[in-house]
Design a protein around this ligand. Sequence first.
Ligand SMILES: Nc1ncnc2c1ncn2[C@@H]1O[C@H](COP(=O)(O)OP(=O)(O)O)[C@@H](O)[C@H]1O
Ligand SMILES: [Mg+2]
Length: 289
Amino acid sequence: MMRAVILVNAYIRAPAMLRQAERIAAELHLRGVRADIVKNGDFPCAVAGEISLGDRPDFVVDLDKDKYLPRMLEKCGVRLFNRAQAVEVCDDKMLTCIALAGGGVRQPDTVPAPLCYYADAAVREEFLQEVGRRLGFPLVVKKSFGSWGEGVRLARDAQELAAAAEEYKLLPHLYQKRVGKAGEDLRVLVVGGRAVACMRRKNEGDFRSNVERGGRGEAAHPAPAFLQAAERCASLLGLDYCGVDLLDEGGEPYVCEVNSNAMFNEAERVTGVNVAGAYAEHMLRELRA
Ligand SMILES: Nc1ncnc2c1ncn2[C@@H]1O[C@H](COP(=O)(O)OP(=O)(O)O)[C@@H](O)[C@H]1O
Ligand SMILES: [Mg+2]
């Protein structure tokens, strides 16, 4: 019997995350695979000259964003879903943006903040002026690392821009043109290169449509260009599974971000699509190939 490890964060708290792991385990089990849910930190793997690996699984489903263990596992020849590099690039919104650039998908104009080492440094005014001039107000300020809408804010004028820049200056972050309808986006789940489920998320109370911020999901059937854009992102980034956030500006899809570790509970609920099953099928197809 094939054995899979479903790797979750060592400090997992969100019940939704555990449910996600359990859904994938159940769908793998239905297909004759034993799947154990293991916390990072409990998986026996260490570097001692060479990398030593305990009981070698046939493959690993990585639901965490930790960088080190996935790299070690891959170095031992274990196939990871998603692959380590794809997760690393996706975790960093600016690196994602750079990776997608020139790849045939639209993205809002984006400017990275320069790295700052000093808490007492004043954010350079010329830089912020240029950001405001280039992107126009309101604009979006985002931490490069963040999810669930935390670390994403709107700057309505130069003052708010300066305040956000000051608050984020010691963290990797970026400035982005605001596009689409406030509080509304499309979440497309892509498995094995195919868009399998899509929901529109709407939030009346916030420009961020995240479910964790009060956004509501409903099944959506957007124009093919939207599904194609999401599929293109997955292919450019080499992702087996992802959730792509798309903004609709004048009927055209703009990529907001790509989530290698997208939660599918809400999408499964509102669309009725068996996303975990599709993912399990994809993994077994890949391993057979
Ligand atoms: N450039 C933008 N223009 C308009 N809305 C945006 C923009 N960037 C983010 N948003 C809104 O904020 C939400 C969260 O931003 P996102 O980049 O997806 O970060 P997170 O990883 O926290 O979900 C998006 O789903 C969208 O509703
Ligand atoms: Mg998002």
